[in-house]
Design a protein around this ligand. Sequence first.
Ligand SMILES: [Zn+2]
Length: 312
Amino acid sequence: MSTANVSLNLADIRARSYAWELSRYVTQEQIEKHRAEARAWYAANKERHRAKAKIWAEANREKILAAQRKSYNAHIEARRAQSKKYYEANRDDKLAKSKAHYEANREKRLAQCKARYEANRDEIRDKVRVTGAKWRAANREKIATYDAKRYAQNPDKINAWSKRWKDANPGKVKARNARWDADNPGRRAALRNAWMAANPERVALHAARHSAKRRSLLADVGTFSIREWKALLAATGHKCLCCGVSESEAIFSFPKKGAPRVGRLTKDHIIPITQGGTGTIDNIQPLCLPCNQRKSNRHIDYRTHPRSSIRR
Ligand SMILES: [Zn+2]
């Protein structure tokens, strides 16, 4: 027989004999009475007892925390498994509850968040900027996949958002495009050409719409005859009023391959139609295509411009 067993048996014997001794002198009623008294004392001194316990807990805070930590760490895997199991078993319930709570306290919570944000605005912004940039840099592919998926789900909505943002931030768009062009020289033109080659019907549709729009615009703003145009060319010496190139040398097409076609001037609207210009001959000036494109949608009158070659 081992020592452990002996001491265990001794303790057992002692406990039993104590109970037996007790039963000889103390009746069950006495035990109940004693218990009732102890309960009453505890109830009467509850506050005092609690205060004392609190004082002890405060004095031994570190000790208690260490014990809690030790116990927590000793059973960490089991605890995690348990809480995971509990969460999974009560998932729907928990989600519904937290959603209901959120809905019920939505205004309050939003106000709290807003107040907190306003109070720590700069700090939060800096933090978000840094962590956001770090995360985005580390998750480029993830973001691209997510964006593509969202776009595929609702292209019209995304396009509308994008357009609204672009309309509201023209400066940012311009800067971003310029940055991208600088980083990707020649890429924009290549992409556009590839897209146009791959989508001939879209290109044709766009051109048809553009000319229909232009025709309807011109119908509203007036027009001029070929005779008037020829008279204007004669009056201006058959030259581009901007660069002075003669009609026979003037570029009037940008073919994708080979030399550009020459020998014609374009009919530029001095005040663009979109800016209230008329379609009549007094608002027309002959320009070569490159000059016309460079002028774009601006109001420049080359008839009175220093470089004008008009015959008076
Ligand atoms: Zn020109």
